[in-house]
Structures are given as structure tokens and as C-alpha cells.
Write a new protein. Structure first.
Length: 189
């Protein structure tokens, strides 16, 4: 989740750069659907994220990592990680379309990822955080995703954490996708 979240910030940079450099104007001259540019960018991000997940597994395996659950759970973990990446990619596309400056998009895209990652269960148990921070850490998308991925990779109860992660992913996508498409249409009108 950490690698995918930080990688997703580059999506906002790329879309802002495409706007600033005139690449989007070139795309507009082609006979393609308006949202195809954004969908293509999201698809490319999904492929990149799948590569990142495969690379992390390939590096971790010789170091001793083993999936503690069934093969189906390992595949579900990879799919969930890619889905998290897609949600963050759409969010960062929206940020890139809003700020329209590549450097500002990079910083603006990193800001939510840094806050969410460092106030989640990614690096430390939520129980070790101050009480006021625990409430936030327990109820945010990165904690839900990390907890679901741990359950899928290591074994144990998976239903609740996976459903929470999927709900967060679906919620983020339900907000970010239509807003990004609308903003893209306005920016290219």
C-alpha cells in the first residue's frame, strides 16, 4: 500500500503535465471518448501496480515471506492492492486536474498519502497510538486496506477487513471517478 500510494501521486503529476504541455489538446483532436484518456491512464496505473506487487512478492520470497493462506487469498491480496492503487490513481488524477501544475500536483498528491499512511496500521499497531489518533487511524482507507492485505497474506479472519477495504475503495472511486471525469471535461472544453 505504501509503494502503491506513493506511486499514485505520479498520476496527478502526469495528467497535470499533459494539460500543461498541450498533450491533452492533441488527444482531443483524435476520435476517442473524452474519458478515454483518464481510463487509459488508470489502466496503465493498474498494470504498473500489478508489476509492483509481483516485484515485491518476488523480492520478499527469497527473504522468507510466505503466504499463510490459500492461493485464492494470495490472488485476492494482489487484486485488492491493485484496486487500492486504482482508487488512489483516480484521486490523484482529480488532484492533477484541479491544480494543473505538475509540481503542485506532485506535492498535493503526496500530502494525503503521507497523512493516511503514517496515521494508519501500516507501520505501527493502532493500539500504540494516542487515543485521539486511534479513532482516526481505525477509520480510514489505508488502515482498512493494510489490515485486509495482512489477513489475506498471513491468514486469519478475512471477511470483515476485506469488506471494509472494499467499501473504502468503492467509496473513494465513487467520489473521485465522476469528479475527475467532470473536471477533465471542464478543463478540455
Amino acid at each position: 500500500v505504501l509503494a502503491i500510494g506513493f506511486g499514485a501521486s505520479q498520476t496527478g503529476v502526469a495528467i497535470a503535465d499533459d494539460l500543461a504541455s498541450g498533450m491533452i489538446d492533441r488527444f482531443r483532436s483524435l476520435p476517442i471518448a473524452g474519458a478515454a484518456v483518464l481510463v487509459g491512464r488508470a489502466a496503465a496505473d493498474a498494470v504498473r501496480n500489478l508489476f509492483v506487487v509481483a516485484l515485491m512478492i518476488a523480492v520478499a520470497t527469497p527473504l522468507g515471506f510466505r503466504f499463510g493462506a490459500a492461493v485464492a487469498a494470495a490472488v485476492a491480496a494482489a487484486a485488492l492492492a491493485v484496486a487500492v492503487g486504482l482508487a488512489f490513481s483516480w484521486l490523484n488524477m482529480l488532484i492533477g486536474l484541479l491544480v494543473r501544475d505538475p509540481e503542485a500536483a506532485g506535492l498535493a498528491g503526496l500530502f494525503p498519502v503521507v497523512i493516511l499512511v503514517f496515521t494508519s496500521s501500516t507501520l505501527v499497531p493502532v493500539a500504540t497510538m494516542p487515543g485521539w489518533l486511534q479513532a482516526f487511524a481505525k477509520n480510514q482507507p489505508v488502515t482498512a486496506s493494510v489490515d485486509a492485505l495482512r489477513a489475506l497474506c498471513l491468514g486469519g479472519p478475512t471477511t470483515r477487513p476485506v469488506l471494509q477495504a472494499v467499501a473504502w475503495i468503492a467509496g473513494l472511486a465513487a467520489v473521485a471517478v465522476p469528479l475527475a471525469i467532470d473536471r477533465y471535461r471542464r478543463a478540455t472544453a
